[in-house]
Ligand binder design. Structure first.
Ligand code: ADP
Length: 390
């Protein structure tokens, strides 16, 4: 017999989230819809989720004691960032706290080397890769002609938003080589980058959101525009959808998994990487789907029926990034004009300080006509400027 107590919805579902950034904030807003008690651990109550949580604990999600002490009186602990202390999560799990996603999966996903090996072991399609203990080993491989230009180098851990990724095209790029344990991959001839957010609950129910197509800012290597639905064939859609379902089952995750794919010019579908949580590529769901990715994460970790992922409108999402050359208290210029535009939903994360290319918010444009949505999205991008006077 299970010794787990019976939980009464919603009051007994004491949900704790590691991380209080924008994903934590939007998750807290979804929890608020049902009056779910919602607890957050992160370094400062000034972070985006601070004002929206039932209780905010200041501490580090990377520290064993902080995570353990935060989690021990919660019913369910989840994350909004994968770089958390998993030793504490294993201990919490042993003591009967439900931890979603499971810490085994987190340990694999947060290390790009282990993650690639996970797909290779299961014959899941991903580009070939090699592991290096450090940059010296990598440089030696180049010298010995075992590693040929061009290639992509990725740090095994601590990469985020393209920061741990270097494209090394020739010997001229040697100064771009990143330090520490890393992997290399061939430079893939990418036609499109798409992502699918898939959800799974403890009863084994699985749903997928429609695939989105990502358009990157070449300087910041951050997603600038995101289109849903993606302009892909039915065959690609079906294959990517099947893979997303297979991967979440392989990791045995309850919660969400955002799966990023490369579609190559040769027609292959390759898994790039996954994130076991809500994701930038699912933000549009708040305004364009029957259920948002944030509500879906709650449904999945609480083992509630998963919501419909049907789109209510095609959508384009624009990340609102801090203007280059501006660091300091944030000022939002051009907000009035954006709010006057029909179908535009602006989400500001409430970060007090702007920095060049910092994610300060996003806007979703919904329009049955994707061409019109694109026009409006470009208008928002050019009109809403996040600057600082300092
Ligand atoms: P992050 O974890 O920082 O998001 P990714 O591994 O997703 O890093 O890489 C960021 C971006 O770099 C990708 O979205 C893609 O545009 C480019 N990229 C990554 N790996 C390759 C590759 N093997 N070939 C070509 N481009 C790549």
């Amino acid at each position: 017999m299970s010794n787990k107590k019976k939980l009464h919805f919603p009051n007994d579902y004491k949900v704790g989230v590691l991380g209080g950034g924008q994903l934590g904030k939007m998750l807290a807003l979804a929890a608020g819809k049902w009056g779910l008690p919602f607890y957050v651990l992160d370094a400062s109550k000034d972070f985006p989720a601070g004002a929206y949580s039932t209780e905010f604990t200041e501490g580090s999600f990377k520290d064993f004691d902080d995570v353990y002490n935060f989690g021990k009186d919660k019913d369910i602990v989840t994350i909004e960032i994968e770089h958390v202390n998993t030793d504490a999560l294993f201990k919490l799990q042993e003591e009967g706290v439900q931890v979603h996603p499971n810490p085994q999966a987190l340990n694999i996903i947060k290390d790009k080397g282990l993650q690639k090996q996970f797909y290779a072991d299961r014959a899941l399609p991903t580009s070939p890769f090699r592991l290096y203990a450090n940059e010296d080993e990598l440089k030696l491989s180049i010298k010995d002609n075992r590693l040929i230009f061009p290639f992509v180098q990725k740090t095994r851990t601590a990469g985020y938003d393209g920061r741990g990724v270097a494209v090394i095209r020739s010997a001229d790029d040697m100064d771009k080589i990143l330090k520490g344990p890393c992997i290399t991959e061939p430079l893939v001839d990418i036609d499109k980058e798409i992502a699918i957010v898939v959800a799974r609950n403890a009863s084994g129910e699985i749903t997928t959101f429609p695939p989105v197509e990502m358009d990157f800012n070449p300087v910041a290597n951050l997603v600038e525009y995101l289109y849903c639905p993606a302009d892909i064939s039915y065959n690609v859609l079906t294959k990517a959808d099947e893979l997303a379902r297979e991967i979440i089952e392989a990791y045995d995750i309850c919660g969400l998994l955002a799966v990023e794919f490369f579609l190559t010019k040769q027609g292959e579908i390759l898994i790039n990487e996954v994130a076991p949580r809500t994701h930038n590529s699912g933000h549009h769901t708040i305004d364009s789907c029957q259920t948002s990715q944030f509500e879906q994460q709650l449904r999945a970790i609480l083992n509630l029926p998963l919501g419909s992922t049907t789109m209510t409108s095609p959508a384009i999402m624009v990340n609102l990034l801090g203007e280059a050359g501006h660091t300091g208290p944030a000022i939002y210029e051009g907000m009035d004009k954006c709010l006057q535009t029909e179908g535009v939903h602006v989400h500001l994360y409430g970060k007090k300080i702007t920095k060049p290319f910092r994610k300060m918010g996003h806007a979703t444009v919904v329009d049955t006509d994707l061409a019109k949505a694109k026009e409006k999205a470009t208008f928002i991008k050019n009109t809403l400027r996040i600057i600082s006077e300092e």
